[in-house]
Structure formats: structure tokens, C-alpha cells
Design a protein around this ligand. Structure first.
Ligand SMILES: Cc1cc2nc3c(=O)[nH]c(=O)nc-3n(C[C@H](O)[C@H](O)[C@H](O)COP(=O)(O)O)c2cc1C
Length: 210
């Protein structure tokens, strides 16, 4: 089994999403130690954002007439599409930043779509665990209900556009303990952490059982 792990935190070792993805992988590799893990870190090693438009534009130019920049962009886009297509399972840690997906994640998605054929279901039937973390709370009745513009978009892309068999592990209120304005939410935050960790471990065991 080849497992694709994608991280996109920009917060290094403090990352809540990476910690949950670690739990998923730990459960998976505990029962299947020999699996190949392909790791891409979009936050630490960002993809060049300009490559997307270059790759799309190259579609109107015959391969032998492409500039070196166009050829590189097309090769990168195709590599990202191939990584997704060749994954037997995927663990994607894609947190909320500025009420949406980060530019790093958007570039990855745009390039991978450009690297496939039109309508390509790059994760067709592939078990995928999406881990997403949010500093605040977005539940029903909260002041910021409806402001999470990342999770719905990611569900659409991964589950519907790319056809993944999707499990979503979510943790909110990760900024409790960091932002004093959220101190009153310590109890629900601790509960969310515990529940997310349990969900991540269960998702890892489910991947191992596939
Ligand atoms: C630049 C930046 C922007 C952020 N924007 C938001 C936001 O719009 N809403 C939110 O709830 N949390 C926001 N956060 C908090 C993150 O969602 C939170 O730290 C989460 O745990 C990020 O995942 P990570 O710990 O894996 O990096 C932001 C954090 C950073 C560093």
C-alpha cells in the first residue's frame, strides 16, 4: 500500500493538524509497518503559485513548442496528479487559515487538476482521511457560523471532484490556550481535542483494515 500524506501547516512543530495526522499514520503503520508513505509538505515546501496558470496556458501550445517554463509547470502538474492517482490511501492535514484554505493548498489542488485529464477522478474510490483544524469555533449558533469556507470546499474537491472515499477528522478551538480571549472555552476545547484524537486513531485503524 502506498499512502500519500500531505501537510499544509505553516506552524511547524506546534501544528495541531500534523499531530492528528501523526496519530492516523501511527495506527496505520502499527498494524502495517511496511507501507510506503509518500510525504508532501505544502507549508514547508510550497509549490510555485505561478506554475498553475503556466501549466494551464501550456495546454494551448503543442508540447514541442512549449517554453522550458511551460514544460516544467506541466511536468509538476502531472507529477501531483500522478501522486494522487497512485495513492492507495491518503492522509491530508489541511487546516483553516483566514477563513479558507491556504494559498499553498489551493495551488496544490489547482495544479493537480491541471495535471489530470478533464473530469479526472484522481482519488476514485481511494480511502482518504482529511484532517482539518480550526483555531475558533464554527458550530451552529456561534458568531462565526458559516465562516469556515475551507471544509465544505475540501469535501467537494476530495469527495466529489476527485471521488475519494472520505473520512473527515475535525478539531476546533485550537487557539484556546494561545489567545486569552478564548480562555472561557477551555473545557469544550479539551473535549474537542480528545474527540479528535480518538477519531484520528479510529481513522488510522480503519485505513489499516482496508
Ligand atoms: C495566519 C493564520 C491565520 C489563521 N486564520 C484562522 C481563521 O481564519 N479562523 C480560525 O478559526 N483560525 C485561524 N487560525 C488558527 C488556525 O486555524 C489554528 O492554529 C489551527 O490549529 C491551524 O492548524 P495547524 O495547528 O495544523 O497549523 C489561523 C492561524 C494562522 C497562523
Amino acid at each position: 500500500m502506498t499512502v500519500l500524506r500531505v501537510d499544509s501547516t505553516i506552524q511547524g512543530d506546534r501544528s495541531a493538524s500534523a499531530a492528528l495526522a501523526d496519530l492516523v499514520l501511527a495506527e496505520l503503520t502499527a498494524s502495517r509497518p511496511g507501507e510506503t508513505v509518500v510525504h508532501r509538505h505544502l507549508g514547508r515546501d510550497p509549490l510555485p503559485a505561478h506554475a498553475w496558470a503556466t501549466a494551464v496556458g501550456a495546454g494551448w501550445t503543442a508540447p514541442e513548442q512549449r517554453t522550458p517554463e511551460q514544460a516544467d509547470a506541466v511536468a509538476l502538474a502531472q507529477q501531483l496528479a500522478t501522486e494522487l492517482r497512485e495513492a492507495d490511501a491518503a492522509v491530508l492535514a489541511l487546516p483553516l487559515y483566514n477563513w479558507g484554505v491556504s494559498q499553498h493548498v489551493k495551488t496544490w489542488i489547482d495544479l493537480a487538476i491541471a495535471g489530470g485529464a478533464p473530469g479526472d477522478r484522481l482519488l476514485d474510490g481511494t480511502p482518504v482521511v482529511l484532517v482539518t483544524t480550526r483555531g475558533g469555533g464554527y458550530g451552529p449558533g456561534t458568531p462565526k457560523e458559516g465562516w469556515d469556507h475551507a471544509t465544505g470546499y475540501l469535501r467537494r474537491i476530495l469527495g466529489e471532484v476527485w471521488g475519494a472515499d472520505l473520512t473527515v477528522v475535525e478539531r476546533e478551538l485550537t487557539l484556546v490556550g494561545v489567545n486569552p480571549a478564548l480562555d472561557a472555552l477551555a473545557e469544550p476545547a479539551a473535549l474537542q481535542k480528545k474527540e479528535a484524537e480518538a477519531a484520528a486513531a479510529a481513522a488510522g485503524r480503519a485505513l489499516a483494515a482496508r
